[in-house]
Ligand binder design. Sequence first.
Ligand SMILES: [Zn+2]
Length: 274
Amino acid sequence: MESSGAHTRDWTAADVEPVSCCICQGPGEPVYDVPPFAVVRCPRCRLSFVSPRLRAHALQEVYDDVGYFEGRVYAAERSPGTVLQRIWTSGRLGLLRSSLGRAEVGARLLEVGCGYGRFLAAARERGYDVTGVELSRSASRHARDVLNLPVHQGQLGGARLDRRFDVIAAWDTLEHVPDPVAFLRAARTLLEDDGVLVFSTPYISSLPARLLRTRWWTLKPTEHIWHFTPRSHQLVFARAGLVVTRILRNPLSVANFGRLDSLVGVARRLPDDP
Ligand SMILES: [Zn+2]
């Protein structure tokens, strides 16, 4: 689905700023020019990212626009997008059950970037004790007021969560956050020692990304500001004290159904440094 409805105005050079690689702290080298943005790649670790990218205030505008989620997670009940969401939710809950070293009932689950709360509501039905964090004011309000879910509005770092979780889920979120290493470090401090972090992201080494280049439908340089590969996932997670233990790339696996350019992963904590 195209989300350009969320872009209520044309972005100019005043809305963007250059950023550095979240692993190496250095500038990237040009890959694609998509003015006023550019996709660059770090010459040291090969992580791809958008620089210049939207400044924080402009990003908040994008996520607060009610149109951002329409045609995505909050489409009509029987739209193809909603049917896919249900398939992914069921596959992802299955993946979680098999990755979790304990019963689902009572397990504490935090979803970061929970949108309107559909995955959280499904997890609650399985017996998880759920909490959400969502940047969008409109989506987080819906999750709280309509689905009665405990959802904090804002970035993960600002959510003031006072307990640890058995599961942290970040579906299609890591590519959106200002700094993935900082995000994953914050997630790690919230994860129980034997907890699991489950995630999905697009990946830029996928066939559609490589074939379509700037026409890749998931490039979206306003929102997708980090572009991973299975290798750069490992680097970013390792920098945050986590290790990716499983990757599902098959578009026939239920957790990733129909997605040619995205993957689903499971990560765990590395032990604390002595
Ligand atoms: Zn780098």
